[in-house]
Design a binder for this molecule. Sequence first.
Ligand code: NAP
Length: 317
Amino acid sequence: MRATTLGPGGPRVNVVGLGCMGMSWGYDELGRDDRTSIEVINRAIDLGCDLIDTADQYGPFHNERLVGRAIRGRRDEVVLATKGGLVVDGSRKTYRNGRPEHLRAACEASLLRLGVDHVDLYQLHRIDPAVPVEESWGALAELVREGKVGAIGLSEASVEEIRRAQAIHPVASVQSELSLWSREPLGDGVLAHCASSGIAFIAYAPLGRGFLSGRIGSAGDLPEVDGRHRTPRFQPDAIDANQAIVATMRKVADGLAVTVPQLALAWVLAQGEHVVALPGTKTPRYLEENVAAAGVTLPGAALADLANLPAAVGTRY
Ligand SMILES: NC(=O)c1ccc[n+]([C@@H]2O[C@H](COP(=O)([O-])OP(=O)(O)OC[C@H]3O[C@@H](n4cnc5c(N)ncnc54)[C@H](OP(=O)(O)O)[C@@H]3O)[C@@H](O)[C@H]2O)c1
C-alpha cells in the first residue's frame, strides 16, 4: 500500500488506516462485539492498515481499552493514534476541554488504558473556544518533549488555527471529515494548506458514516439505538433525497468494476498524496473491501462525474 508521512520528520503510515470509534461509540453501541472487533484490528494490521485511531471520548474509555487489548504484543507494528480534549458527562453530552492541565491528565490516562508508554500521534479532538489554541498546543508539545507522545495533530481546525499551532510546534496531522458528501476541506483551504506544509490530512468518515457505502437505503437499515438517527443527514427525508448521490456513485463504480465503498475511498485518496483515509468498521468483510480500495486509481472521467454529484441534503452535525 502507498504510504505518507505524519508531518515533517514524522512516522510513515499507509494511506488506509482503521478508525475504531464504531466498535464502541456513536453507532450500534448495544451491538458491541469485542471479540470480533479485536479480530478486525488484528486483521487490519496484517493487511497493512498501520494507523489505528481511537479517542478517550469513544465509550467513553471502552474503545481505548479495546484497542489496547487488541494490539498487545504488536505495539511496534502500529502507528497508534488517540485524542483528547472532549469530555463526556453523565448524561452522555460531550464538552470541549482544551485546558493544559486537562490535556496532560487525559493523555496520561489514555496511556494507562492503552497499556503503552507512549502513543505515536496525540490529537486535540476539538479546539476549545474558551482556551487559546496556543495554550492547548503548548501542553501537547510538552508531552512530546517528555516522550509520552511521538507527534501531535489537530482535528477540525481552520487554516488560521493550524498556522497558530505551527508557530509553536510542528503539526503532524489534521483529522477532519472528508468524503464525497463532505468536501469542506477542499473549499476552506485546509487540505491545500496541509499539502504545502507537509502535514498529513487524515480523512475521517470517508464513507459518509456508512451512507456512501450504498448500503443504507432507509433509516430502518440502522440499528434502533444508533447516534446517526439524531443527525440531519440521516433523517428519513434526507436519506431518501441523498440516494441520488449513491445512484450516480453506483453507475461510476459499476463502470470501473469496483464497489461503491471502494469508489468513495478511492476518491478520498485521490485528493492528495498527503491524504490518509480513515474508514471505520467492525465487520471483517468490510475491512477487506476497504483495504482493497488503496489499489484503485480513478480515471479523469470518473473524477469528473464525481465532481458533479448533487450536494448532500442535511448538515453533517
Ligand atoms: N476526529 C473526529 O472528530 C472524528 C469524528 C468521527 C470519526 N472519527 C474517526 O474516523 C473513523 C471513521 O469514521 P466513521 O466510522 O464515523 O465513518 P465511516 O468510516 O465513514 O463509516 C463507518 C460506517 O460505515 C460502515 N462501513 C465501513 N465499511 C463498509 C463497507 N465496505 N460496506 C458497508 N458499510 C461499511 C461501518 O459499518 P460497521 O461498523 O458496522 O462495520 C460504519 O457503520 C472513526 O472510527 C474515528 O476513528 C473522527
